[in-house]
Write a new protein. Structure first.
Length: 318
């Protein structure tokens, strides 16, 4: 991975490459299909396949009140793009140096001068330059004039609808973690640090790890089946997850509590990543401790079934 924060020539290994530029948030099935087109053009031209992305998303600087929570953090995004076959991944450190460029300046100064690209692959809705004034039609014309190869990758679809980061966000916000996983090609992943909570879980015999500092989209409130990964590489660990306020105890603060099944350790201060497989039920308010514990036993049993089914189907857990 190379981080670029100015208009200077990049290392030779990244020049004269076939490139694709985008946010790649989630690195979902549509992105993977686009990267496959990128790789195929790169192989035809005997050039490296280089994916260019942004940190943060430009909208986070231009219109922060409208910026959606990301589906992936930058390091994982880079990892997933490399796993999809990109030879190199470049991360633009988003700032005025980049956002102030007109579409023509972006084409001339970034694509042609900074990277000396020999080919470009983009999706049909790609926009570039200040106010996203550049379109794929613009890019097609300028590439033809400059002698660059250019292809538009058709969008991927599932169930007759286009796969997009927006569609995945809507699925997660509706609690449809299994649908999001189908569009991503893997479960949606959260990461955070285990922080001290109220201690209720341990007191009732169901200890939970409370995740703080989560920097990706949190799905809708409910109880989920998932698998956890600890910062020492241990995992996947089957988990039952509660997202939302614990209404039975009168709590109002939204939390993410992870009960690691058949696992005990002091996790405070440790990093934990969580793959969210499927929602088991919405959140509920119970009349007391006994009905809550009875439901939790059912939740744990159902979580085990979902996790075992996912493993049997070979669905990725990484």
């Amino acid at each position: 991975m190379l981080i670029v924060d100015r208009l200077e020539p990049v290392p030779d290994r990244l020049r004269r490459a076939v490139i694709s530029i985008g946010n790649f948030d989630g690195v979902h099935l549509g992105h993977v299909a686009l990267l496959d087109r990128l790789i195929r053009m790169a192989r035809r031209l005997d050039a490296p396949a280089v994916a260019l992305t942004f940190d943060p998303h430009p909208i986070a600087l231009l219109r922060p009140d409208q910026a959606p929570p990301p589906l992936t953090w930058t390091g994982r995004k880079v990892e997933l793009m490399r796993r999809a076959g990109a030879d190199e991944v470049v991360v633009f450190k988003t700032g005025p140096w980049l956002l102030g460029l007109t579409a023509r300046e972006f084409f001339d100064r970034v694509i042609r001068e900074q990277f000396q690209a020999v080919g470009i692959v983009e999706g049909p809705t790609f926009g570039f330059g200040r106010d996203r004034a550049g379109t794929v039609e613009t890019l097609d014309d300028w590439c033809a004039e400059a002698g660059l190869h250019f292809e538009i990758a058709p969008p991927a679809d599932r169930d007759g609808r286009i796969v997009s980061s927006t569609r995945i966000r809507h699925a997660l916000l509706d609690g449809k973690a299994d649908e999001a996983a189908a569009l991503l090609g893997r479960p949606h992943r959260l990461r955070g640090t285990v922080v001290r909570g109220a201690g209720r879980g341990r007191a009732i015999g169901v200890p939970t790890a409370n995740l703080g500092g989560i920097d990706t989209l949190i799905p809708a409130d409910g109880v989920y089946a998932g698998v956890s990964f600890l910062d020492d590489g241990e995992g996947p660990i089957p988990s039952a997850v509660h997202i939302g306020p614990n209404a039975t105890f009168g709590a109002e603060i939204r939390t993410v509590e992870v009960h690691l099944l058949d696992f005990e350790a002091d996790l405070y201060g440790r990093g934990l990543e969580l793959d969210v497989l499927a929602r088991l039920r919405p959140t509920e308010t119970f009349a007391g401790l006994e009905p809550l514990l009875a439901q939790m036993r059912i939740d744990v049993s159902r979580a085990r079934e979902v996790i075992a089914s996912a493993a049997a189907q070979g669905r990725p857990a990484d």
